[in-house]
Design a protein. Structure first.
Length: 354
C-alpha cells in the first residue's frame, strides 16, 4: 500500500521527528504509571530553548494507520486493542479498563500510534540523511501479536520491515537496545531472521525476563543491579564496536532508553546523566564513523529529569558534529549554547572508555 509515512518532508527540516500528539494527558490517569507521559514535549521545549530547533524545522510525525500497522501486526491483535481492559494491561494503568474504548483509542492509543508513525518515518529519514531521531517510540516489548510493558505497537519491527520492503539497498539491520529492560518484542519478531542482528544490554533481574526471546540476541550483555558508569560504558563501547564489526548492516536502530539512570524506579541501574550522554555519543560515533545510518528512539525513562538528559544528549551529538551532513543555516545554535555543550563534552570525554 501507499503510505503517507514515506512522503518527503520539506528539505530544510532536521531529521528530528515529533508531534504534540505524542503526549498522553488524561484526567491525571497518566500519573498512575511511573512514566512521565509528557516527556516527549519537554525534550522538544528544551531543544527550542537552546535554539537548536524550531517548530518549522522538525518533521511532524503522522499517525500510523491500520494498514501501516498490518505490515507487522495481526488483525487479531489490533482487534484486541478495541477492549479497554487489554489496553489497561499493556499500559499498566488499571483504571483504563473502565473507560469506554473510544476514549482509550483517542487518549492513549492515538499518541502511541503517532509515535509509531514517527519511528517508521524516521527510518526512511535516517537512510536519506544519515541519521534521524524520533523523540518518542522505542516500544520494544511489543511484538506482532502481543503488547506489554507500556508498549502497544511494535514500532521498531515496523520501521525495519518498512525499510526492507520499500527502500532499495536496505536488506540488513542492526538493533542496539540499551534500554534497561530486555527488548523481547523485536526479539520475538526477528527470532529466525538472519537479516537482523540484535545487541541488547539490560538488567538481567527485571521485567520481562523472556528466556525464549533471548535466543534471538546475538550480543547479550546482562547487567547486575546498580551497574555504574565506568563498567557500563566500557561494556557498551566494546559490544557496539563488536556488533558493527561482526555484521555488515545497512541501518542501526538504536533504542536509547534513559531508564538506566541512577534512581530509576524500574531500571535498577546506576548510570549518571553524563554517562547517558556519553553512551549515546559512543553509539553515534560507531555508526557514523562506518557510514551506517542511525535511527534513534527514546524508549523507557521514568523520572522527571530524563527529558533534560535526552535534550542534553542531542545537543552534545550536535556539538561534536555527529549529527548530519552540515546543518540548516536557519538552525544554528546560539554561541552560548555551543560553548556550554562543548565544555560539557570535554567533561564527558574524560570518562575513560579504555
Amino acid at each position: 500500500h501507499r503510505t503517507e509515512l514515506y512522503e518527503e518532508p520539506p528539505p530544510g527540516c532536521w531529521p528530528i521527528v515529533y508531534s504534540p500528539d505524542y503526549n498522553i494527558t488524561f484526567m491525571g490517569l497518566e500519573k498512575l504509571h511511573p512514566f512521565d507521559a509528557g516527556k516527549w514535549g519537554k525534550v522538544i521545549n528544551f531543544l527550542k530553548e537552546e535554539k537548536l530547533i524550531a517548530d518549522d524545522l522538525i518533521v511532524q510525525a503522522r499517525e500510523a494507520t491500520d494498514e501501516d500497522l498490518l505490515v507487522v501486526h495481526t488483525r487479531r491483535y489490533l482487534n484486541k486493542l478495541k477492549w479497554s481492559f487489554v489496553v489497561a494491561t499493556i499500559t499498566e494503568i488499571p483504571p483504563v479498563a473502565f473507560l469506554p474504548n473510544f476514549v482509550v483509542q483517542r487518549k492513549v492509543l492515538k499518541p502511541l500510534r503517532t509515535q509509531t508513525g514517527g519511528t517508521i518515518m524516521a527510518g526512511k529519514l535516517a537512510v536519506d540523511r544519515g541519521w534521524a531521531i524520533n523523540v518518542g517510540g522505542g516500544f520494544h516489548h511489543c511484538s506482532s501479536d502481543k503488547g506489554g510493558g507500556f508498549c502497544a505497537y511494535a514500532d521498531i519491527t515496523l520501521a525495519i520491515k518498512f525499510l526492507f520492503e520499500r527502500v532499495p539497498g536496505v536488506s540488513r539491520a542492526t538493533i542496539i537496545d540499551l534500554d534497561a529492560h530486555q527488548g523481547n518484542g523485536h526479539e520475538r519478531d526477528f527470532m529466525d531472521d538472519p537479516r537482523v542482528y540484535i545487541m541488547d544490554a539490560y538488567n538481567r533481574y527485571i521485567y520481562p525476563g523472556d528466556g525464549f526471546a533471548k535466543r534471538a540476541i546475538k550480543r547479550k550483555v546482562e547487567l547486575e543491579w546498580g551497574t555504574e558508569d565506568s563498567e557500563y560504558l566500557q561494556k557498551v563501547h566494546t559490544h557496539v564496536e563488536g556488533a558493527l564489526n561482526e555484521f555488515k548492516t545497512d541501518i542501526v536502530v538504536y533504542n536509547a532508553g534513559t531508564d538506566i539512570l541512577d534512581g530509576d524506579p524500574l531500571g535498577g541501574l546506576a548510570i549518571s546523566p553524563q554517562g547517558i550522554v556519553k553512551r549515546d555519543e559512543v553509539v553515534f560515533r560507531a555508526a557514523r564513523s562506518r557510514g551506517v545510518p542511525v535511527l534513534m528512539v527514546t524508549s523507557g525513562g521514568y523520572q522527571k529529569r530524563t527529558a533534560r538528559i535526552i535534550a542534553d544528549s542531542i545537543l552534545n551529538l550536535h556539538s561534536l558534529g555527529l549529527l548530519g551532513r552540515g546543518r540548516p543555516a536557519c538552525a544554528l545554535g546560539s554561541p552560548s549554547m555551543q560553548n556550554m555543550v562543548t565544555d560539557s563534552a570535554k567533561d564527558f570525554s574524560n570518562l575513560s572508555l579504555q
